[in-house]
Design a protein around this ligand. Sequence first.
Ligand code: NAD
Length: 363
Amino acid sequence: MGYKVTLLPGDGIGPEVTEAAVACLEALGLDIEWERKPAGESALGKYGSLLPEETIEAISRNKVALKGPITTPVGGGFRSINVAIRQLFNLYVCLRPIKSFNIPGALYKDIDMVIVRENTEDLYAGVEFAAETPEADAIIEKINELSKKKVRRGSAISIKPMSAFACERIARFAFEYALKNKRRKVTCVHKANIMKYTDGLFMKSFYEAAKKFEGKIIAQDCIVDNLSMQLVRHPQNFDVLLLPNLYGDIISDLGAGLVGGLGLTAGANIGDQIAVFEPTHGSAPKYAGKNKVNPAATILSAALMVEFLGEKEKAKILWQAVKDVVEAGESVTYDLKADRNDPLAVGTKEITKAIISRIKELC
Ligand code: NAD
């Protein structure tokens, strides 16, 4: 059966790592017609938009997309197109498996957990007001009128909306995912001791959803600072982690660090209608076009996509091929070497070639 998939190469290293994934899927023998569409900085010059209409239309029509990272300026400039895509298509789940490979950079060899991050609300909702603007001043005025706590005049304001609807929806997803994938435990991560109403609602919705899974899936919660310490010391104790948007973003990178770095961590953004698959890492602009970076995170994201398309056996082969090449440690990029300056490290193209050879052996 043939599939039509939108491909967003993205910025920086995006085009290199997405083309590596396309080549691997071809080697798997999957019949995929790719519709390549612009997004991000690279789209701005040519199309006058960071997310051109034709890209939005293709994602809506094809329903499944593979995406490279997109650059977002820090502390100013345009807002994140990554966040915009998640909000526009209501991709309310961000799924990130954190699984150890037996490589020198892995701090632990026995981690197997999955991060389920709420993707549409929280401080990432994009409701922000710059300091000393009439809007920020009006909000501060209103808060000072309504709340016992006073906000200093001249402050910048970011709003943290968390709805019962979104909290319940993501909690249900986490339990259903756990059940379907034979996981034993879901841990809800929060800071409800301080943010009693927002994170409090997240936790309350979690325990409400847990009732339906009693006796099947263990439900527990953990404060995010405590979790950070426990993850570094005993990551094997965790199975499925359910987090609001901001903590989910940060803990995903911590998880990546535990298993050997950003070059290996895959991700999926999933909604009821549409799913967009992308690596956890960013566009690493300094390495763009240098045949330097590790495409494995994007290839593993493509494996999640292949599984989502219902091709479970092919997804397994792809995952295994990456694992075999990465663990053999010969044809691997700099980030997977014990010494990052190891002259024997290969480039993006060479590791892709090695993964393709392994796919062909396994098929
Ligand atoms: P980054 O992930 O791009 O890079 C940080 C460092 O990690 C790199 O300098 C490199 O040393 C290493 N690294 C990242 N990917 C690698 C790979 N595949 N192989 C080997 N090493 C790799 O993070 P950053 O520098 O904070 O962000 C750069 C840009 O990416 C920013 O504009 C940021 O907003 C954007 N970003 C986009 C996404 C996304 O598109 N989903 C995610 C995160 C960051």
